[in-house]
Design a protein around this ligand. Structure first.
Ligand code: H79
Length: 421
């Protein structure tokens, strides 16, 4: 499969679901609770006796929800930094298969994704807080080596035992005292980190077992995709990227009982920002210990899903909006996404019956409002595009999209030379 072919589903997808679910869900104070509260390991391990969702729970519920939200892929925490696996592992007893639940949730999740035609992503944390070698490599070199070997073995298990996997999202690659390449805008490149995890060897093994898989940039090697966390920030042109985002504020991905969440419009605007720069948006949910999803999360996902039913054409498969087009192309009214010979103006600041747009160089063949039947009139006047016949009030409370069908790829005028004379 050629490179472009391999990334094709990713380019089309634009929207995915991240799921953080594990022992920490029982405590409801986030997935970092073990380290941040310095809980004794033995005490934390006892949570496994209580991690036992009812038989009636199936990961298929998550998959159906993702579908309803218009998401095209999912990423499940097969194992977070606490080391607890949601899958069967020959090299660890600290798994949902060998404790109370006696279930391989990764297998159930994979089967549900396949059933509903959703692309399958695995999150895997390289580091494991149960090993002293993680905290002090010099003092406990053998322990550190055990973590590395565990990571290689478990990644092999994940890549071998569950059929075709579409995406592997490494995390937890940072090591105390070692420069970490992952930052705000960076590619994840860190020769030191890559060397310590033997990432070259690890990823070669992954690609051998899963030739079509997409790898993220968190093993110290850039690989296929950048993964800015909690920020919408595009990578350089040509480079694939995905923003992962919590519905709540910074810091908590696992279940938290009381968590103020971002309004739907903010999530939609994030999604549009990603789509306008050829990036994906992986929006997180933190299910309760019994696997159920909070009403606040369900509500947001369903609202976005309804919006995408009307406006999906302006999100899925979008290309990088040409320089300046996002601003000038949508005028003062919002943001723009582009695909082929179409430009989609996401109107977040509704102008009333008439919209004035100044930047588009192309000939506009037609204009339509996505999801609404309405005849619009286009007038080209003094290099300005005037769209008449819009409803007085915005038809969509989250953002109405005006699609422009153009005579070629969207282009803008050079607005560094804009003048009033
Ligand atoms: O799995 C999710 C996070 O647990 C993990 N990556 C996503 C996908 C992650 N990696 N790095 N970070 C999160 C940033 C860590 C932030 C921290 Fe804190 C600041 C850890 C301790 C202080 C905020 C407050 C988060 C936990 C306590």
């Amino acid at each position: 499969m050629g490179e472009n072919e391999r990334m094709k589903w990713w380019e089309e997808a634009r929207f995915g679901m991240f799921i953080h679910w594990g022992l920490y869900s029982l405590l409801g104070r986030g997935e970092w609770v073990l380290l941040v509260e310095r809980i004794p390991l033995k005490e934390y391990a006892k949570l496994a006796d209580r991690f036992n969702p009812p038989k009636s729970f199936s990961p298929e519920k998550w998959v159906k929800l993702a579908k309803e939200a218009g998401m095209k892929y999912m990423i499940l925490t097969t194992r977070h930094h606490d080391g607890f696996c949601l899958f069967n592992s020959k090299v660890s007893d600290f798994t949902s298969v060998k404790t109370a639940a006696k279930r391989d949730f990764v297998e159930e999740y994979v089967n549900a994704c396949r059933k509903h035609n959703i692309r399958i992503g695995f999150y895997y944390s390289l580091l494991d807080w149960r090993f002293p070698g993680y905290f002090d490599r010099e003092k406990y070199p053998e322990s550190f080596e055990q973590i590395v070997q565990q990571a290689h073995s478990q990644v092999r298990e994940l890549m071998t035992n569950y059929g075709k996997i579409d995406y592997l999202f490494y995390d937890g690659e940072w090591i105390p005292g070692v420069p970490c390449g992952r930052g705000f805008r960076e590619s994840g490149e860190s020769p030191e980190v890559a060397k310590l995890w033997r990432a070259k060897e690890l990823n070669a093994m992954v690609r051998k077992l899963q030739p079509d898989i997409i790898l993220n940039n968190r093993s110290g090697i850039p690989e296929d995709v950048d993964t800015p966390e909690m920020f919408v920030v595009s990578s350089k042109e040509g480079r694939m990227w995905e923003t992962c985002m919590t519905m709540g504020d910074f810091g908590i991905w696992g279940y938290a009982k009381h968590n103020n969440m971002k309004p739907v419009i903010q999530l939609i605007q994030d999604l549009v920002s990603c789509a306008s720069n050829r990036g994906n948006y992986a929006l997180n949910i933190g299910p309760k210990p019994d696997g159920s999803v909070r009403a606040e999360e369900v509500y947001r996902l369903k609202e976005i899903g309804k919006w995408l039913k009307k406006n999906g054409e302006a999100i899925y498969g979008t290309e990088r909006t040409p320089n300046g087009f996002g601003f000038w192309g949508a005028g003062m009214l919002g943001m723009a996404t582009v695909k082929g010979t179409h430009a989609y103006l996401h109107i977040f600041r509704w102008p009333g019956e008439t919209a004035v747009i100044t930047g588009i160089k192309n000939k506009v063949l037609s204009a339509r409002i996505l999801g609404y039947k309405r005849k619009l009139k286009i007038i080209k006047e003094d290099g300005r595009l005037i769209i008449k016949g819009l409803p007085v009030k915005p038809p969509d409370k989250y953002g109405t999209v005006i699609a422009l069908d153009l005579d070629g790829k969207p282009e803008t005028f050079d607005y560094s030379r804009i003048s009033l004379i």
